[in-house]
Design a protein around this ligand. Structure first.
Ligand code: SF4
Ligand code: SF4
Ligand code: SF4
Ligand code: FES
Length: 597
């Protein structure tokens, strides 16, 4: 049944909207922008900041437009004198307890509070400055997330993100009234709580209270050091989002310009994490087939199925804390970032005749959890720290600006070879369902010798933004060595965002699921919506980035990981074959059970 339509007037302009629409949304349809702070389109309504107040004819008090649904005949004024004074007072109150040292703030120029202050604040303080009486907590314990309590306006977007979207609840509200604070369990440092380092709270924090631990100066230092050979790798999702922070429209692919900028910044080699995404498919696909054979042919009851992907370090840490009983279901494959680092400081260093101790590997990622991952003690199989520094897409944009590079004017350039070649299958790692689709393109062909039975190789059931997606592929006409899979329905599932992952894990734990293979990405939308991507990231923006990823895949000549010629070369010259002794040594890892509290 269709919804009722409601007629109202906003600033004397008539508008008709569906019942249940808020005044804020209705005003947006008429292109009236009402400022907001605690509201975020991905989250439930909190209605606690009061910045969005409007005047409704006949109402005694001003209404929070984000929390008030429209009603028939309503007359709303979004910019009356009463509204403007109230809004100004709310902003002044927030600023009276805010450490507004904007010029030193990481969010300078990207801050919603700063934007509002510059729109509405014109005069001296009208409230007592409380900043100096507040205790400041600057938490830099985490390698991924920095928390500065002096910049917090208690809008609780971070708390709702961590609880509603991620089912982690590492952040919570404590105390009431003036004493209210945002804190962690027992006020412990971020590095000592259940935080997965996903960075989703950063993406939604309207101020500089949460931001990535940045390594910009360390990377410049390495570039300027003549004794260092600095190699950079770029993740799939960075190429469809970087432009947003550099004046280019959302959804534009900037792969060639990004390569050109990195070269101009002084990196010695510009290489691609997509290369090791292809390598991951060969290792992980072989791991899946090996586990299936053990389970179905050898009747080995100890083998863990479904196999679960391990590319997303936020998801891996979540599993370590929340579902330790399923830890052996995680693929032993390192993420493409870490496979890259391990290969760069061994095979590649030998190839180009550089001593591994003089090589610095920098990785450009859409993800803040990758900063944590590269610091894990397991990630030193090259004999050195495999990846030295991880920069988010946002940090790279800052560095490009610092270098004075006019990004939009750059000519496209290509990645260096080797470790620079990739396929369409690798690019789609950047969006939810992509790893699964890439794995199926390869696994099906290994088993049957035929292409996966979907038009243009596009496995539509695992695409899109539904929280949990499922697909089942019947395996037909197997090669003799895979005959035990003849007629088997290969059941797969895909989840993105940790709340969806939780639902999937509970179904696996209950024994109700019949999946063989599960892909989980810690962030909503997968890496395109990662915690290190340009802000804002909304559903519409995630969709446009995903469309750009699929367009990049369609534009590639080679679209299956096992057809990447450079990957074949690495196996021929160095690794021998997937799951070889050498592969295990460099490309695989193990996980640890972590406490929740
Ligand atoms: S959080 Fe925003 S308003 Fe506060 S200091 Fe940083 S940039 Fe300025
Ligand atoms: S990084 Fe992720 S898990 Fe950690 S506090 Fe933020 S939203 Fe929660
Ligand atoms: S840390 Fe950021 S998102 Fe969380 S309450 Fe403070 S200002 Fe809001
Ligand atoms: S944005 Fe409406 S109350 Fe905060």
């Amino acid at each position: 049944m269709g919804k009722y339509m409601v007629n109202l007037k906003i600033n004397n302009t008539p508008v008709q909207v569906e019942e249940g629409t808020t005044i804020l949304e209705a005003a947006k349809r008429l292109n009236f922008r009402i400022p907001t702070l605690c509201n975020h389109p991905d989250l439930s309504v909190a209605g606690n900041c009061r910045v969005c107040v409007v005047e409704v004819k006949g109402a005694r008090l001003l209404s929070a437009s984000c929390a008030t649904p429209v009603s028939e005949g309503m007359e709303v004024n979004t910019n009356s004198e009463k509204v403007r004074i109230a809004r100004k007072h709310v902003i002044e109150l927030l600023l009276s307890e805010h450490n507004a040292d904007c010029t030193k703030c990481f969010k300078n120029g990207h801050c919603e509070l700063q934007e509002l202050a510059s729109e509405y604040r014109y005069g001296d303080h009208i409230f007592t400055d409380l900043v100096k009486t507040k205790d400041r907590i600057l938490d830099i314990s985490s390698p991924s997330i920095t928390r500065d309590s002096s910049k917090c306006i208690r809008c609780q977007r971070c708390v709702r993100t961590c609880t509603e979207l991620q089912s982690v609840s590492a952040l919570a509200v404590a105390h009431k009234g003036d004493h209210q604070i945002i804190t962690t369990f027992m006020n412990k440092p971020m590095n000592d709580v259940v935080c997965t380092n996903c960075g989703q709270c950063i993406n939604r924090c309207p101020t500089g209270a949460l931001y990535e631990r940045n390594y910009i100066e360390d990377v410049w230092h390495a570039i300027y050091d003549p004794s260092k050979f600095v190699v950079v790798e770029t993740a799939p999702a960075t190429r469809v989002a970087l432009g947003e922070d550099l004046g280019i429209e959302t959804g534009q692919r900037v792969t060639g310009k990004m390569v050109s900028a990195l070269r101009k910044m002084g990196f010695n080699k510009v290489l691609d994490t997509d290369f090791t995404a292809d390598l991951t498919i060969l290792e992980e696909g072989t791991e899946l087939l090996t586990r299936l054979k053990k389970a179905l042919v050898d009747k080995d009851e100890t083998v863990k199925l479904p196999l679960m992907t391990s590319c997303s370090p936020g998801w891996v840490k979540y599993q370590e804390h929340m579902f330790p009983e399923l830890i052996d279901n995680l693929s032993s494959c390192k993420s493409p970032q870490q496979m890259f680092g391990a290969l760069a400081k061994t095979y590649y260093a030998d190839k180009i005749n550089i001593k591994a101790e003089n090589m610095i590997v920098v990785s450009i990622m859409p993800c803040t959890a990758k900063k944590f991952e590269c610091n894990r003690s397991e990630m030193r199989d090259s004999g050195f720290k495999d990846v030295d520094y991880v920069l988010t897409t946002r940090e790279l944009a800052m560095m490009i600006k610092q270098a004075g590079i006019e990004f939009d004017k750059l000519e496209d350039e290509s990645y260096d070879s080797i470790l620079g070649e990739s396929t369409g299958a690798a690019v789609i790692f950047g969006t939810t369902g992509g790893v699964m689709e890439a794995a199926l393109r390869t696994a099906y062909e290994i088993i049957t010798g035929n292409e996966v039975p979907f038009t243009n190789l596009n496995i539509k059931p695992v695409r899109g933004m539904e929280g949990v997606k499922e697909a089942s592929i019947k395996i037909k006409n197997t090669k003799p060595e895979w005959s035990f899979l003849e007629g088997v329905d290969l059941n797969v599932a895909v989840a993105h965002g940790l709340s969806n992952a939780k639902l999937l894990m509970e179904s696996v734990k209950s024994g109700k699921s019949a999946y063989h293979f599960i892909e989980v990405m810690g962030c909503p939308g997968g890496c395109i919506g990662g915690g290190g991507q340009p802000i804002p990231t909304t559903a519409e923006i995630r969709k446009r980035r995903a469309d750009a990823i699929y367009a990049e895949d369609m534009g590639k000549t080679i679209r299956k990981s096992h057809e990447n010629p450079e990957v074949s070369e690495v196996y021929k010259e160095y690794l021998t074959n997937p799951l070889s002794h050498k592969s295990h040594e460099l490309l695989h890892t193990h996980y640890k059970v972590r406490k929740r509290y």
